[in-house]
Every structure is written in C-alpha cells, then in structure tokens.
Design a binder for this molecule. Structure first.
Ligand code: BES
Ligand code: ZN
Length: 869
C-alpha cells in the first residue's frame, strides 16, 4: 500500500480563498453545493486535484459554465481538472449518504443528530476539496433542514442569518471570518437540549457559550461549562490568549471515534467528556472533562489560529496543546498529583508503544494512514518534549517564545521547526541538538555510576545514555535536562556545587544539561556519601538505571523532597520485588517477601501528614501493563500471580492498619469535587482494593450499597467483579438494572466485566455482545467491552490462543464498519515479538488471517503489517 513521505512535501498548486457551502440535509441523500474562489500559485497547466471519497458527483461549473465529463477526470480518490485560468470560481454539486457512514468520518448521524468529524481527512467525504491542512480558506455555510426534526442548525464562526422556508424547512447561515484548513470544518443539526452561559474576555467582549446535548441531559453539563469558563480565563492569564469569535459552541454526541474535536467555534465532543454528575460519573471522569474541554479550547490558538503545514507536523499542535492542558489541570488542581498521573500514563502507554514495532518519532517521516498516528507518542511524548524546552529555558522565556510564535505565525500553517525557532529566538538557548527528540524514536535509557571520595569530599556521578529504537538505526545522543538531588542520611538535600564550571546554567534549580553519550559531574563539599534522587519531577522522558538496592529506594520513598520521585521510588521498589517474584514463579521456587518492602509500604501507610492522593499513588502497585513491558519474554500468568501474591502478603502483614485507616476515611461525606475530597476518596478506594484480597467481602459490599457517588460505587463494583462470592451477583445485577438506560454508565459496567480475572470472563464478554445495551457501531461501547477485554492480558493471552482469535475476528468485523476503531483494537497485538514460541505461533496465524483478508482497510493493514515485520 502507498506510503506518504515527509520528504515528498510540495506546496499546494492552488489557493482556495473562500468556500461557500450549502447543505440540504437528508438521512440517506444529503445534497452539498460548494462554491470556491481559487487562484493558481504554481505554473500554468498545473493540475488541480481535489480529494473526494465516497461522493456522488452531480455537476461542476467553472466560472458559471457547466463542464462536460470529458473536461475532468474522476477517480476513487478525487477529481482532477486541467487548463485552468489564474483566478476562477468552481462550483460543485454532489450527494452523500450520512446514514450509511458507519466510519463516523465526514458527515454522519449519531442518534438523531447530524454531525461531522473531519480531522484529519474527513472533509473529502463531504465534498471535493484540497483536503490538506496547508490550504486555509474562509468558509461560509448555509444549512437547510426540516425544522421540526432539526431545530438546531450549527456551523463554524458566527451566526449570520436564519429563517423559515416552505414545506416545513428552515435554514441558518454561518460565517467564519478566520481562514482555516478543512479539517476544522464542522456542521451539526439536531433536536438538541442546550445550556447557555457567557464569558467576558479580558478586552471586555461578551462571548456566548452553549453546550448542546440530548434533551434531558442538560443538568449534566454544568461541570463542562465551568471547565470551559475556567479554560478561557486560564489561557488569558497564563498565555495572554483571548477568544476571537462571538460564540463558542460545544455539541455532545454518543457516537464519536475520539474524545473530542476542536473545530473552530464548534467543538464536537464524545458525550463521555461532557456529561457528568455525582450519581453517574467518577472523579476521574470529572477530571477528564476539565482537561479535554481545556484541551480543545486551547487548540483555538495552538492548532486553529496557527495550524500544521502537513500531518507529519501533528505534534506541533497536539504535543503543545497536551502540554497546555496538563499545565491547566496542574494550576486548577494539585500540581504534583497531576504530574504523577501524566507520567504514569506516559509510562503505561507511550513507553510501551516506543518499545514496540509501531515505535515512531514524535515527528514521523512516513505513514500509510495518518489516522494511525494519533498516538501516545505524538501526544504525550510530544508534550514531554515541550516540557523539556520549558525546563531548559524557564517559564519567562517560554512565555516570550509563545508570544513570538503567535506573533510570527498567526494565520499560517507551519512546521515544528517554526515553533523551535520561536523558542530559540526568544530565549537565546541553542536548540539545534535538542531537535533530535523530534526525529528519533525509542525511549532513551540512562545508566548511573557514582564514586565518593571522603577525603576530597567529592561525589562524582557518571551518566551514560543509550538510545536504541526498535525501528531506527544510527541514532545520536540526546540533549535533555536532568534534575537531581543528593540526600544526606538524615534526608536533607546537599546544596549542589560542581567542580568544573561547565554545566552551571541551571544548577541552582538542580538541573544538569546532558548532551553527550557519557558525562561525569563532580560535586564538591559533600560530607558523606549521598543518596541520589534522579530525574526529579520526571525532567526528561527517559528510563533511569542505578545499582541501588531496595534499601535506597525505601529511603527515597520516605525522604525524597521531590514528590514525584517519592512516588517513583515506590514504583521502582515494588517493581523490583515483583520481578523477583515473577522470576521465582517461573523457576518454580518458593515465594517470600522482603521485610524492607513491607516496612517501606507500612511507613507510607502510617504517614498521616502525607498528601492523600500521593499516598494512594504510592500504595498502588505498578500495573500489569508496566510489568509486562519490563519482561523480556512474557509469562502473563506469572505476572498476575506475583502481583496477587504481593497484594495478599501486604494485607496479611498490614491488614489491621489498612482496615483501620479505611474505616477512618469511610464516613458518609457530602460529595464534593475539591482536591482534598477527591484525594480522600482515592486513598480510601486504594485501601479498599487491598481489602479485596481478604476472604470476607462484607466491607466491599457495604461500600457498594451505601455509596452516594459513582467513584465509591464503581470502585467497590470492580473489586466485587473479581470475587467468587455471591455479593458479586447482587452488586452487578443491581448496577445493571439501575443504569441500563444510561449508555455512559453502561460503558463502565461493560469494562468492569471485561477486566475481571475470573475464568468465566470470556464467556461473559461474548454474552454481552448480544445484550441490548451493546451496539458494535458505537465506539465507546466497543472500547469498553472489546477493547477492555483485549487489554485484559490474562484472557487475551489465554494459552489456547482463544483470546487472539476472538480479537482478530472482532478486528475484521469492525474493519467493515469503522476502520479507525478496528486499527485501534489491532494495536493490542503489538506484544507479538515478546511472546514465548508457542504463543507466537498462535498469534501469528491470527495476524496472517487478518492480513490475508480481502479489502482490508489501510488502517488495519499498516498496524498489523508492522507488527508482523
Ligand atoms: N484533534 C484531536 C481530535 C482528533 C484526534 C481528531 C484524532 C482526529 C483524529 C483533539 O484535539 C484531541 O486531541 N482529542 C483527544 C483528547 C485530548 C484531551 C488528548 C482525543 O480525542 O482523544
Ligand atoms: Zn488535540
């Protein structure tokens, strides 16, 4: 299949100045009329190619004259026109079928609502256009639809006019004054409920804010609306960015491939990221809404006003906007807690991806299907790369760099180099070497060696980088900030002084700048051999290796000044213990647990001054996904056994303390969303998960029965779903009956069942495929049931291969319906290379079965062929 390369980029031959669209909406036959003003940029005779897929062409007019079939070429992928004047008007009429659009790409129907999703290449499924982000045009839209069925008619920009027509129809005209690429185009029509509010900007413009949802759900939009207003205020205060239209609309729909989309002035959201109340949403859901609302809002400047020249630049807008939403969430909540959650997600998703056959740089150089590149690497590693720039140049220079970026590139489609240029220009910091982070893939590893000389009171630290990638060769050492602290035996930090003057610039902040494969730093005036706290606050997205034993990590877990590293030490020590247990299980040895670990755990548990959220994170064992990633050859059962053994040992040694602390936290407070209350619930539910390892499930069942919010209820439910006792059935049935009409809550139910370790899980999942709450056409439901099951390693990697063949069949079934969702699911096969021989044979035959299927989508082909290669 055809690969697209960054090096082949060419400027567009034509410019589209304006495009006026008119839609007559019908379920199966929507009429689209487009009228464009074009002008030629390239040489005479330059061909004009307009992308167009799954369109029915009706007619074309060039400067008002209808073209004969012989005057253009039509193919499956678009329309070519030759011998065009320098400036001209092109009018095209075509028809589309929104109801048949199960790929949810372009114009489609979700429930009774017409909506669009055009990023990255959906607009070509609406009309013929140069569907690439460097073609920026001014759009107007006239929407015509039945007034009764579709009272709300929306598009980008400001409302210009609306009115009634004959035969029960009405229309609305929207005009967006800002030039934009086609991927930001949006249209929505439906019978929607609405929550209305307003925001006064820093230059005193009153902006109308609307959140549209299914009627009856309006009360669940308040958190989203609060988050929107908070985002608008934050972007003004932190980055000086103001909103630029008269109106900001958000529409929540149930069928959506992604989380949300930043269309200019008309965001379309997966209802999962809009609707919430205490009875139906967890604390995590509330936090997710705040961050996604923020993310899409922040795109208005980083993505929309300044967009990407081509899709290889995707991290320009996504990495930067994730950085901005992470900062927003940090400022709104507790910074260290936010940092831990962001890094955890990076380690669980991006590190895993970067160690797999789909590993790629944050700026890839080739793709088959761009949809496959909305990855943890582009997003989360991309955000870490921006964060490193922030650390290297400091907040003030970073802000100046952003200001310069906006001033220089507003209204343009640019490259990551243009962003780096702004940062370098504003700070004076040379970022040339740093750019390798954009072109190299793989997670760098840093090895640490030390020497202490008591007489000279010198402590030397040698860092050695290794930078291999599973998919690249010939890599170079990176430049990155590396924050460290040197702790005395009493837990105090030494002040950092270097023997040489070389690496001084950020030393007052504890940051070294690393740029060579091997570097030694000599610290002076060190009285006793210190314990190092390395890569504090996760200053660089690398893996750090030391020769430290459990004792040193236990010390850091107790004393580190850096809250992130206190957490990280807890994970490192648990990982060390777990890997030893896994090795022992694999060698059929007797399982024992070190006192050092139990003592360290107990110190954190009994530390009553510690932030409760940090405590909860520190008491949580590394996930199965993280442990799997650290094994050379996967023995999934051994990993589960070791983790469950450790949990049981903890409850055996510390059960009384855990129980007592749980009880002290489990009062029936009123449900509020402040950080302190969320932290208390998180700690309580972390402790509850340990109590789940006990035989007696009364405590858990009681929490389920008495919960006044979804966080507590769902925590109890997911523990019960792993139990063999009868409380399980009571709770699961109760939950189902109570919420079966609420599809967002049913997603939680499906995920709880699909993630259970019990042996009947595969059977239960298959049963639910037939349940009335499930619908394979709705991505959220697919992700909750099938996606969760595919990430349930115990069952996915069942030794008889049944998990592989079940998921392969679902990939193929989904590919006919929605290729983007199918290829997302196919990603779970990426552990292929690390399976044992027997499992490899089983998975291989499933992967080959997928690849040999006729009419396989590019999406699935690209992922599966990479895994097999
Ligand atoms: N621009 C994306 C939405 C998108 C993703 C469109 C993939 C087309 C293909 C949007 O800004 C986004 O990044 N959404 C994320 C959520 C965000 C908070 C990381 C998403 O949808 O997952
Ligand atoms: Zn985004």
């Amino acid at each position: 299949m055809e690969k697209i390369y960054l090096k082949d980029y060419e400027k567009p031959a034509y410019e589209v100045k304006t495009i006026d669209l008119e839609f007559e909406l019908h379920d199966t036959n929507t009429l689209v009329k487009s009228s464009m003003r074009l002008s030629r940029k390239g040489k005479e005779n330059e061909v004009l190619f307009l992308n167009g897929e799954e369109l029915e062409l009706i007619s074309i007019f060039l400067d008002g004259r209808e073209l004969h079939e012989s005057e253009y070429e039509l193919s499956e992928s678009g329309l070519s026109l030759h011998q065009l004047p320098k400036e001209f008007t092109l009018e095209i009429h075509n028809a589309i079928n929104p109801e048949a659009n199960t790929a949810l790409d372009g114009l489609y129907k979700s429930g009774g609502i017409f909506c669009t999703q055009n990023e990255p290449e959906g607009f070509r499924r609406i009309t013929y256009f140069m569907d690439r982000p460097d073609v920026m045009a001014v759009y107007s839209t006239k929407v015509i639809a039945d007034k009764k069925a579709y009272p709300v008619l929306l598009s980008n920009g400001n409302l210009f006019e609306k009115g009634d027509m004959d035969d029960g129809k009405h229309y609305a005209i929207w005009k967006d004054p800002f030039p934009k690429p086609s991927y930001l185009y949006a249209l929505v029509a439906g019978d929607l409920g609405c929550v209305n509010d307003s925001f006064r900007t820093m230059s005193k413009n009153e902006i109308e804010l609307n959140i549209y949802c299914d009627k009856g759900n309006e009360a669940q939009c308040t958190h989203a609306m609060d988050s929107l207003k908070a985002s608008m205020k934050w972007d003004e205060e932190r980055f000086g960015r103001e909103y630029d239209l008269e109106i900001y609309n958000i529409v929540a729909v149930d069928s959506f491939n992604m989380g949300a989309m930043e269309n200019k002035g008309l965001n379309v959201f997966n209802s999962h990221y809009v609707l919430a109340d205490a009875d139906t949403a967890t604390d995590t859901n509330f936090m997710g809404i705040e961050s996604v609302i923020g993310h899409e809002y922040f795109h208005n400047w980083t993505g929309n006003r300044i967009t990407c020249r081509d899709w290889f630049q995707l991290t320009l807008k996504e990495g930067l906007t994730v950085f901005r939403d992470q900062e927003f969430s940090s400022d709104m909540n507790t910074r260290s807690v936010q940092r831990i959650s962001d890094v955890k997600s990076l380690q669980e998703r991006q590190f895993v991806e970067d160690a797999s056959p789909t590993s790629h740089p944050i700026k890839p150089d080739a793709y088959i299907q761009i949809n496959n590149f909305y990855t943890a690497t582009i997003y989360e590693k991309g955000a870490e790369v921006i964060r490193m720039i922030h650390t290297l140049i400091g907040e003030a220079n970073f802000r100046a760099g952003m200001d310069l970026y906006f001033k220089t590139f507003d209204g343009q489609a640019v490259r990551t180099e243009d962003f780096i240029w702004s940062m370098q220009e504003a700070s004076g910091f040379n970022l040339e070497h740093f750019k390798l982070w954009y072109s190299q893939s793989g997670t760098p590893e840093v090895n640490i060696q030390t020497a202490f000389d008591k007489d000279t009171r010198r402590f030397s630290v040698t860092l050695t980088q290794s930078y291999l990638s599973p998919t690249q060769i010939g890599q170079q050492p990176y430049l990155f900030p590396f924050k460290l602290g040197l702790l005395n035996k009493n837990g105090q930090e030494n002040s950092l002084k270097l023997a040489s003057n070389e690496n001084q610039p950020l030393l007052d902040k504890g940051v070294l700048i690393i740029s060579k494969e091997e570097e030694t730093f000599i610290f002076t005036d060190i009285e006793e051999e210190p314990i190092m706290s390395l890569n504090q606050n996760f200053s660089a997205p690398v893996k750090v290796h030391t020769s430290y034993a459990l004792e040193e990590y236990a010390f850091l877990m107790e004393h580190d000044k850096d809250e992130f590293n206190r957490f990280e030490a807890s994970q490192t020590i648990a990982s060390m213990v777990l890997h030893k247990l896994i090795d022992t299980i694999e060698a059929n040895g007797p399982l024992t647990l070190s006192d050092v670990y139990v003592n360290a755990f107990s110190k954190v548990l009994l530390d009553m001054k510690m932030d409760m959220s940090l405590k909860a994170d520190s008491l949580t064992l590394p996930s199965i996904a993280i442990l799997m990633q650290e094994r050379k050859v996967l023995d999934v059962e051994a990993i589960y056994m070791a983790r469950n053994f450790l949990k049981r040992e903890i409850i055996r040694s510390l059960g009384a303390d855990i129980q007592a602390q749980y009880t002290s936290l489990n009062h029936s407070y009123e449900y509020t969303l402040d950080s302190a209350s969320m932290a208390r619930r998180k700690l309580k539910n972390t402790l509850l998960s340990y109590l789940g390892a006990l035989k007696d499930e009364t405590v858990i069942l009681n929490q389920y029965r008495n919960a006044n919010n979804m966080t507590d209820r769902l925590s109890a439910l997911s523990i019960l779903a792993n139990s063999r006792e009868e409380g399980k059935l009571e709770a699961l049935n109760d939950f189902y009956e109570r919420y079966k009409d609420n599809t967002l809550v049913m997603n939680k139910y499906l995920a709880v069942i699909a993630s259970s370790e019990l042996k009947e899980t595969p059977m239960n999942v298959k049963k639910l495929l037939e349940d009335e709450v499930f619908d394979i056409k709705v991505p959220n439901l697919v992700r909750s049931l099938i996606g969760t099951f595919a990430r349930n390693a115990l069952h996915f990697h069942a030794v008889d291969g049944s998990g592989y063949s079940f998921i392969a069949d679902k990939v193929l079934e989904l590919d006919k319906i929605n290729p983007q969702i199918a290829s997302g699911l196919a990603g779970v096969f990426k552990d292929y290379g690390r399976l044992n021989e027997k499992a490899k044979v089983l998975m291989k035959s499933e992967l080959e079965k997928i690849l040999s299927t006729k009419e396989l989508s590019k999406n699935v082909y690209e992922i599966v062929s990479k895994i097999l290669a």
